[in-house]
Write a protein of this length. Structure first.
Length: 489
């Protein structure tokens, strides 16, 4: 039996935020993640939007944590070294008859404490964003809205938690939870884990674990969102995040730049039964392209380089469910974390850690390290600094991904870091190698060679995303070229 004070189920952005906040205290914390890495579920496939906070109902937990998370994001990005931009957002109103809806959003935002909100006229909107539709009547402008890299945020939180003593166990799926007189035993294929307190941050599966311990049932629907990502040549088409007026299923199709210079369109909102159903559909992508073009004109659709889908954990009451379960003392729900969950994650971690601090009487560490340095990007250096770096470590002069100009040095760093990458997707999320226009068509073989070398595994053992996702099923060594000694490579 492996014993901890707190076990967190799920290594997504909410679980990692909770882990990071708990790592401030003198307590033994473990994160159990069923995948081979952090950021493999809801957190890996979303818009990357830092919402201002005008959309959630006043008084709701969503509203409170959205605004608090927005306020914390810029400082957090400096502490943990991940990309964040406060680019602002516009909610487009195309008809005078819809002005009451726009005004309601404004009033909600003011009630929620969102700063600097304004309603702009058509002329003001087009002066800010010339590519917004000519049919625009007015727009709600939120200067505090922003954009972030969801992978970098999740990984930064997890790495900092790890550096401060939190243990992460990957490929460790929780199959059952047994209540004890004090605490819980969690059953996995890698043995049993026990803790007095459990944090349920399992995304679309949070209801599954909640219902194992409570008679008061929770229900979460997997809500699929389809996206299109455009090349960096389209990244400047808009500068701000452009929203449609929200409807029954959320904020509608947005158009936004990303922190890495691309343009993203989406998401749809399609409720599905399959909690692993991240396949895109023709109907979903057609909807993205059609509705994105309603608010932004002249979208360069020929620049689409990939499409993908993610799942949101939609709770029936459309509210975050955070707190100790009444009939299961010690079991802390962190459930129903859909949009604005990414924005809210710093505040979610703060709230969960606060609950446990009070219940456990936690004492702060004197040696907590609040900062973390990300992977060095040679492109941010002066030419003189870059040349000096390459002289010191020639791997930084070897370009592996030509689309994104990612070097061998960056990939090696991604593998060797705390919670380092173990797959092609792990490398991609940490360095962007494979995220460019050719979508890994050129760099995958070389990245696989580096993974094989650094992890000490054969090429046939390298995976796309862990599990059974091997790229090569077998190697015919007789077909490989000989080196100068006559040996096969």
């Amino acid at each position: 039996m492996q014993e901890y004070d707190v076990i967190i189920i799920g290594g997504g952005v909410s679980g990692s935020a909770c882990a990071r906040e708990l790592s401030r205290y003198q307590t033994r914390v473990c994160v159990l993640e069923k995948q081979e890495d952090v950021c493999c579920g809801t957190s890996k496939a979303n818009s990357g939007i830092v919402h201002a906070g005008f959309d959630a109902a006043p008084g709701s937990l969503m509203a409170k944590l959205n605004v608090r998370g927005n306020e914390k994001m810029e400082q957090l990005s400096k502490e943990l070294d991940f990309p964040f931009q406060k680019n602002g957002s516009l909610v487009i109103c195309r008809d005078r008859e819809d002005m009451p809806k726009l005004e309601k959003l404004y009033e909600q935002g003011i009630a929620n404490g969102v700063k600097e909100l304004r309603i702009l006229t058509k002329e003001e909107v087009l002066a800010l964003e010339p590519n917004v539709t000519d049919d625009v009547y007015a727009a709600l402008y939120a200067p505090t809205g922003g954009i972030v890299c969801p992978f970098s945020l999740n990984i930064a939180l997890a790495e900092n938690a790890c550096a401060n003593g939190v243990e992460f166990r990957f490929d460790t799926e929780v199959s059952g939870i047994e209540r004890q007189e004090e605490g819980f035993v969690l059953h996995t294929a890698k043995g049993d884990f026990s803790a007095k307190y459990v944090v349920n941050a399992a995304g679309v599966y949070a209801d599954h674990f909640h219902n194992m311990v409570s008679e008061s049932k929770l229900h979460i629907t997997a809500r699929r969102g389809d996206y299109c990502l455009l090349d960096k040549s389209a990244g400047a088409h808009v500068a701000k995040t452009i929203f449609a007026l929200p409807g029954k299923f959320g904020k509608g199709i947005l158009v936004s730049p990303t922190v890495h210079g691309n343009l993203i369109l989406g998401p749809t909102a399609i409720d599905i039964v399959d909690k692993e159903g991240t396949n895109t559909t023709r109907e979903g992508l057609d909807q993205v392209l059609e509705k994105a073009g309603m608010n932004v004109k002249n979208l360069p659709m020929r620049q689409v380089i990939t499409s993908f889908a993610g799942l949101r954990a939609h709770e029936d009451g459309h509210e975050f469910v955070i707190g100790e379960v009444k009939d299961a003392p010690g079991f802390i729900d962190c459930a129903g974390i859909e949009s604005p969950g990414l924005t809210s994650c710093p505040a979610i971690g703060e709230m969960v850690a606060g609950i446990l601090r009070e219940k456990m009487g936690l004492v702060e560490k004197e040696d907590f390290h609040a900062t973390r340095k990300g992977i060095l990007d040679p492109k941010t250096l002066s030419m003189e600094e870059r040349n000096a770096l390459i002289r010191e470590n020639p791997a930084y002069g070897n370009i592996i991904c030509r689309c994104e100009m990612i070097t061998e040095g960056e990939i090696v760093d991604a593998i060797r870091r705390p919670l380092g990458a173990k797959s092609l997707d792990g490398i991609k999320r940490r360095t962007r190698a494979g995220m460019g226009r050719c979508q890994a068509g050129f760099c995958s073989p070389r990245t696989m060679e580096i993974l094989s070398r650094e992890l000490g595994i054969g090429m046939e053992a390298v995976t796309k995303s862990g599990g059974g996702s091997q790229i090569i099923k077998g190697i015919n060594k007789d077909a490989l070229p000989e080196d100068e000694t006559g040996e096969r490579a």
